[in-house]
Design a protein around this ligand. Structure first.
Ligand code: C5P
Length: 400
């Protein structure tokens, strides 16, 4: 049984922390709650005491408690501190080392891992002051979950909603349970590659990087030392992951080769199959050709997955590919797995529920090995990462 100290600051999402207490208790862990003064305007300490079955703390100057230096003891007794919801105000106080309440004093004196679930209005979340504060707290090693996008209590829409209880609990479980992939090294490719035609034009593949980034993020949470090699994307990089940015397939291949040896390699990037042979160092003029047309000669890029998989000297123990096809998905995925010598392949459906997979949070996939074919159905890209990582954990458990 692990001990969690839950600090609740004064936001409308404070009532949702009651469900978080239920979830922590349901999983068999112990939770003690600290409420800020503003939190007590939104929720009753009695509800927190009843659900946690522990005393609830609110006051820094509680004589009985402070005679035992309560704000120090509360963090020393815990395995993990969770700040949920975390308002813009308490985050700003943390950055500046302000300790004007029991909650902020615990946070300042804390020597335990801290998980933060922000909740605030979208303008507050996007305010440059908050952005700087989050950056500084992340640099100090604190772990964030959320916030989610959606409609807020104030009626505005955007990023700032406290994450769902299940998501917060998942992060708690990664932090309190022993990391199953500790000691393993992982390499993940993600996003598209871009192949220049001239200094301003390029050919590329459609890819948001969401799937590869979700996998890299989870591998790192599960303890693997993770290296993400990514083409240009518009999504944030996962925390605690080494990131190498590349543009072309050749650059991606070189970055992958330099990352070896690794135990786990996941190739989720949408690598451009071709590159331009006669790349121009100057912008190509439209008027160059009388017919107003233009020819580009393409040659094949190296296959990164195949090169790494067939690299006898430093082959990763586990090589996983992805493939997306518009027809005969499973059949061609299986033959690709053999052709590219990878151990597992995940076959992506191109269209799911009439929507394209690109830039979508959902993915419809099948998981294939030489013995197995599992259809995982239409699930979120985060769920695909979870299912894949649990296969990876099982693989290393069975190998041990
Ligand atoms: O052949 P196809 O592009 O469908 O193969 C997809 C798989 O191969 C993906 O895992 C992708 O990351 C990888 N790949 C690669 N290098 C290429 C082309 C694809 O690593 N040049």
């Amino acid at each position: 049984m692990k001990k969690i100290l839950l600090i609740v600051s004064g936001g409308i999402a404070a009532y949702r922390s009651l469900d978080l207490i239920r979830e922590i208790k349901r999983r068999g862990d112990d939770v003690t709650c600290v409420l800020t003064k503003s939190a007590t305007k939104f929720v009753q300490p009695l509800s927190f005491a009843s659900l946690s079955q522990n005393k609830v703390y609110t006051d820094l100057f509680d004589i009985e408690n402070e005679s035992k230096i309560g704000h120090i003891k509360l963090s020393r007794d815990a395995d993990l501190i969770v700040l949920a919801p975390a308002t813009a105000n308490i985050l700003a106080k943390m950055v500046h080392g302000i300790s004007d309440s029991l909650a902020t004093s615990i946070l300042l004196a804390n020597n335990k891992p801290l998980l933060i679930a922000p909740s605030m209005n979208v303008k507050m979340w996007n305010n440059p002051a908050t952005i700087e504060n989050i950056k500084s707290l992340k640099n100090n090693g604190h772990i964030f979950v959320g916030p989610d996008d959606g409609e807020m209590a104030c009626g505005e829409v955007g990023s700032g909603k406290m994450s769902k209880v299940e998501e917060i609990y998942k992060e708690i479980s990664y932090l309190i349970n022993s990391a199953p992939l500790k000691g393993k090294k992982a390499l993940v490719t993600s996003g598209p590659t871009i192949e220049p035609i001239d200094p301003v034009r390029f050919i590329s593949n459609r890819s948001s990087g969401k799937q590869g980034h979700a996998i890299a993020s989870l591998l790192s949470k599960l303890g693997a030392e993770t290296h993400l090699i990514t083409g240009p994307v518009n999504i944030p990089y996962p925390d605690n992951v080494k990131v190498t940015e590349i543009n072309t397939a050749n650059e991606m291949l070189n970055a992958c080769m330099s990352s070896l040896p690794v135990d786990i390699s996941i190739f989720a990037a949408a690598v451009s199959d071709w590159k331009v042979v006669n790349q121009s160092s100057k912008k190509i003029k439209k008027s160059k050709n009388k017919n107003n047309d233009m020819n580009i000669l393409l040659e094949q890029n190296p296959d990164i997955l195949k090169t790494i998989s067939e690299n006898n000297k430093n082959r990763p123990e586990l090589v996983v590919g992805f493939t997306l096809e518009t027809e005969n998905l499973i059949k061609s995925a299986r033959s690709k797995m053999i052709k590219k010598s990878c151990d597992w392949i995940i076959a992506n459906n191109h269209i799911q529920n009439n929507e394209s997979v690109f830039d979508n949070d959902m993915n419809e996939v099948s998981f294939l090995t030489n013995k197995l074919e599992e259809n995982w159905g239409l699930i979120s890209k985060k769920n695909v990462a979870e299912k894949l990582c649990s296969k990876i954990i099982d693989y290393f458990d069975n190998a041990a």
